[in-house]
Design a protein around this ligand. Structure first.
Ligand SMILES: [Zn+2]
Length: 195
């Protein structure tokens, strides 16, 4: 697990006893592309897939995902308060992975909540369970106006809390300049959170 070269970003919800099943590592290039996509459309929701790796740390037996790329969703239906993936959206993701990201997985999805908070709606939760049913698949919600974000991750018992989001690790965030500009997350220089 690449903890030592990552910068930890903590969510305000993380000290309330919930333990995520997976830790999330986000590459700076994926962050950059998600930010560009999120701010390109400030009124309607947009979204896409998070592409990367699902890993098991041999030493600690902990699971983690690495978000390396993103794919904007096509074949969606969208409006100011909803974003719908269709079966064609998912087929398109798999086609793109086969063509350009061989061996990578869909580790989750992201979407924006313009002028709303960071949560999963009933519909988002339905979409997550139906299109991203693997226990280690995550959902990222981004609010582009105030620049807020959070990852929704299933707990080790499989439950998903739609109101409490987790932070993540910025890959290579300790090696050079940090890029993250999400105002609701706090950085910490601790290398470990004592798990
Ligand atoms: Zn939503």
């Amino acid at each position: 697990m690449p903890l030592e070269r990552s910068k930890r970003w903590e969510s305000p919800h993380e000290f309330k006893g919930a333990r995520p099943l997976v830790k999330v590592f986000l590459s700076q290039s994926a962050f950059d592309r998600i930010s560009v996509h999120s701010t390109a459309e400030m009124d309607d929701e947009v979204g896409g897939a998070l592409i990367g790796l699902w890993c098991l740390d041999r030493d600690t037996n902990e699971q983690f995902v690495v978000v390396q790329h993103m794919l904007p969703a096509r074949h969606t239906r969208q409006g100011s308060v909803y974003l719908t993936f269709t079966q064609d959206t998912i087929v398109d993701f798999h086609d793109e992975i086969e063509k350009n990201y061989t061996g990578k997985r869909i580790v989750g999805w992201y979407h924006t909540h313009p002028r709303m908070g960071i949560f999963l709606s009933h519909y988002d939760t339905w979409l997550h369970h139906n299109f991203f049913p693997e226990p280690w698949q995550v959902a990222l919600v981004v609010e582009p106006h105030k620049s807020l974000a959070g990852f929704f991750v299933r707990r080790d018992d499989g439950a998903l809390d739609p109101t409490r989001y987790f932070g993540f690790y910025e890959l290579n965030g300790n090696m050079g300049r940090s890029m993250i500009e999400w105002n609701n997350l706090q950085s910490t220089d601790e290398e470990s959170e004592g798990v």
